[in-house]
Design a protein around this ligand. Structure first.
Ligand code: TPP
Ligand code: MG
Length: 718
């Protein structure tokens, strides 16, 4: 039974309480207590080994509830972090749902037993699945807020997004705001500053809630943040509204939050609320704060605990009497007990569910649906010209497609577009797209790779189809966290409730005579190792067109690797195969039939294998060549068929020999086709080092046709 406010017993003056009514004030207290009691119950269960992890929101409850009150549930968008239990309660996640995650139940609506407790997510409430990675959320928030403005401008995109799989969860409100939260420690991550820079540049409706409990695990804020105060540090960011408040005081926090929300709703720019809170419990149950906090510090913190303070306030102000407070607390205890009893009885997930929601259940990019016949038109064009042609057509067909990256626009100063020829990417892969489809859909980003991938992810989460470019694969690494801990795992970690089917194009590879260490890298294996991500690497203009279109029409995140050396070769050109030409993923191309040995390869080595095969032919050796073209998934059937036929195989790849992509293929052939082999599996690949600048060294380091010829002769005479 809920506590009834004693309406009528005293004159209630809402203006004293920021316009909040008596029942609001009581509800604030109730949610705060409920949050704390849930933490306490989880701590108990963890100690009894009935749950497996615990991290609390203790000390953060006041600003959390204030934030929930100031925002609109299931209307605005939320990227809360692990301390935001009270916020999520306020937004509508139930105690039972929270405890289902703690026990790792099959019915845990956030993650189906895949994520630790306090990793919130609820698609109906616009609460986006969170990872444990500190800082990544700040960039996702940018992409999500960009989607808000995009849908305003391109309403057709919204209609299309609603028709796509999971389209029922695509929502958009004209004045919606994206709230993203994090601890003060998380603001040290570069992603925080990358995010602020973009939010301020583009005046995005993002509300940063920084919950400063003075510690990042054991590191005090004074040693974490220059000057010891994050809001002072960032107050000069243009267009950013900064609000600092005592986050242990619900009313002061509510005030600060309301100002920030209003600023964002009015589209004046982003806002940052810096709330000073406490952390009365240790960082998590794996931590003991007595090891680094003094007794005095802990006592001082106890005095600032928001719950007893607000309880006392309610009594002092005559809003509730002590008996009512006690009754409310007893009722909360009963609610928590009932929810945890139910959750403890919930079934765990079945082992056969482990791979569910790794990839889209709705669109299978390997299916026959993506098989098509080319309808050639025009003269042959290069691979790089094919990129722009394919993107241009898909953009005409689908308003959800957004293209961005470093230098990809024709002209950064759009007003000068009429006065210049236009750049369109350092390789011109996106030339003419801005001119044709406008700067709202084709634009340069800041020079920040994590930013590019994080934003793509945020846009994709909202139902758009971002096609972002990483200028050089060599510089993809700042984005690795976004790839590995976010992009590829979004669907799996949310048990299929969220998806991020962004396409990330990257220019990769060597054979550039002068590309050297930082413009020649391979390394595709680092990405084929990521479940949930598709990795594709065409070697001809025709394959590029078909595979890029499949990537854009698929429903999974795709890393699309474009080999720089192949961009302008005469030997892989093709006329444009039409606006609906697609090629399924996971289907290899038989480049050349042969009888004596198989060369399994992809990328720039395909052509080297063809040159080698012509020489071998003259020597009476018939080599078959398979171009995998899709690296994850890959076409095992094509490999097995070829190896069974020839019984001798070379796996050839441009990356370093050891631990390279082809090493896995070689291992699988040895494992599963041993009985079909007449010779050992041979790898022809780069030396185990970096690519040198001097062309003579580069030639030596990277695999060449001559290396393939030597290996082939050797295998045939084995
Ligand atoms: C990128 C990353 N690095 C390290 C960690 C381990 N870790 C988890 S929480 C945390 C401290 C975060 O401190 P803060 O942002 O102040 O949040 P608080 O826990 O104090 O609320 C660290 C280092 C992580 N989860 N992610
Ligand atoms: Mg902290």
């Amino acid at each position: 039974m809920a506590v009834q406010a004693r309406a009528g017993s005293t004159q209630f003056d809402a203006t004293r309480y920021r316009g909040l009514r008596r029942e609001d004030l009581i509800r604030i207290y109730r949610t705060m207590v409920l949050s704390r009691r849930l933490d306490d119950r989880e701590i108990q269960l963890k100690r009894q080994n009935r749950i497996y992890f615990q991290i609390s929101g203790a000390g953060h409850e006041a600003v959390n509830v204030a934030a929930g009150l100031a925002m609109r549930a299931a209307y605005d968008w939320f990227l809360p972090y692990y301390r935001d239990r009270a916020l999520c309660l306020e937004l509508g996640i139930t105690p039972y749902d929270m405890l289902l995650q703690a026990v790792g139940a099959q019915d845990d609506p956030s993650s189906g037993g895949r994520q630790m407790p306090s990793h919130w997510g609820n698609q109906k409430l616009n609460i986006v699945s969170r990872s444990s990675a500190v800082g990544t959320q700040f960039l996702e928030a940018i992409g999500m807020a960009e989607a808000s403005l995009y849908y305003d401008r391109y309403p057709r995109a919204l209609d299309l997004a609603r028709q796509a799989p999971l389209g029922e969860d695509v929502r958009h409100q004209l004045d919606e705001v994206v709230l993203v939260s994090g601890g003060e420690g998380s603001t040290s991550e570069g992603e925080f500053f990358e995010s602020l820079n973009t939010a301020c540049l583009k005046k995005l409706p993002v509300l940063y809630l920084i919950e400063d409990n003075k510690y990042a695990i054991s590191e005090p804020v004074a040693r974490q943040t220059a000057g010891g105060n994050i809001s002072r540090l960032v107050e000069n960011f243009p267009a950013l509204l900064v609000q600092e408040c005592d986050g242990t005081e619900p009313l002061e926090s509510y005030d600060a939050m309301c100002r920030a929300v209003a600023y964002c709703r009015e589209r004046k720019g982003p806002a940052l609320v810096h709330a000073h809170v406490t952390r009365p419990y240790s960082h998590s149950l794996s931590d003991d704060d007595k090891l680094y906090k003094t007794a005095d510090e802990r006592e001082e913190e106890a005095h600032r605990d928001p719950i007893p303070k607000f309880g006392l306030f309610l009594v002092r102000e005559g809003i509730a009497v002590e008996k009512e407070i006690e009754a409310l607390e007893a009722e909360v205890d009963r609610e928590v007990r009932a929810a945890s009893d139910r959750a403890l009885a919930a079934a765990p997930p079945h082992a056969d569910s482990i791979l569910v929601a790794q990839y889209s259940p709705d669109v299978d990019p390997t299916s026959a649906r993506f098989e098509s016949e080319p309808k050639f038109a025009g003269k042959p064009i290069t691979m790089v010209e094919m990129v722009a042609a394919t993107l241009a057509d898909e953009m005409s067909r689908d308003d959800r497609v957004v293209v961005f990256g470093e230098d990809i626009a024709d002209c950064g100063n759009e007003e000068n577009l009429g006065k210049v020829k236009g750049k369109g990417g350092v390789f011109k892969a996106t030339a003419g797209l801005q001119r044709r489809h406008g700067g709202g859909r084709v634009y340069n980003t800041q020079l920040a790779e994590a930013n590019i991938v994080g934003r793509a992810l945020g846009l994709a989460l909202r139902g758009l189809k971002p096609v972002a470019e990483i200028q050089f694969f060599d510089y993809i690494w700042p984005a690795m966290m976004q790839f590995r801990d976010e992009l590829c795992v979004f669907r799996w970690r949310s048990a299929g409730h969220f998806k991020a089917p962004a396409v990330i194009r990257a220019a990769i590879g060597g054979y550039l005579t002068g590309g050297a260490i930082y413009h020649s890298q391979s390394g595709e294996v680092a990405f084929t190792h990521l479940p949930g991500l598709r990795v594709v690497m065409p070697s001809t203009a025709l394959d590029l067109c078909g595979l890029l279109r499949t990537a854009m029409r698929a429903d999974d995140p795709v890393l699309f690797l474009e080999h720089k050396h192949l961009y302008r070769q005469p030997y892989n050109r093709s006329p444009y195969p039409g606006p609906d030409f697609t090629i399924p993923f996971g289907k290899a191309r038989l480049v050349r039939e042969g009888a004596d040995l198989s060369i399994i390869t992809y990328g720039a080595v395909v052509h080297r294998a063809e040159v080698a095969a012509m020489q071998l032919e003259r020597e009476g050796i018939s080599a078959e060549i398979i171009d995998l073209r899709s690296l994850s998934p890959y076409d095992w059937d094509a490999i097995a068929t070829s190896v069974r036929k020839t019984s001798r195989v070379i796996v050839a790849y441009e990356d370093m020999r050891s631990w390279g992509y082809g090493a896995e293929i070689a291992a699988r052939i040895a494992d599963e086709l041993f009985g079909d082999l007449d010779a050992p599996v041979r790898r022809v690949a780069a030396m185990d080092t970096f690519c040198a600048y001097q062309p003579k060294l580069e030639e030596e380091i990277l695999p060449q046709s001559a290396d393939l010829i030597v290996a082939a002769r050797d295998l045939v005479s084995y």
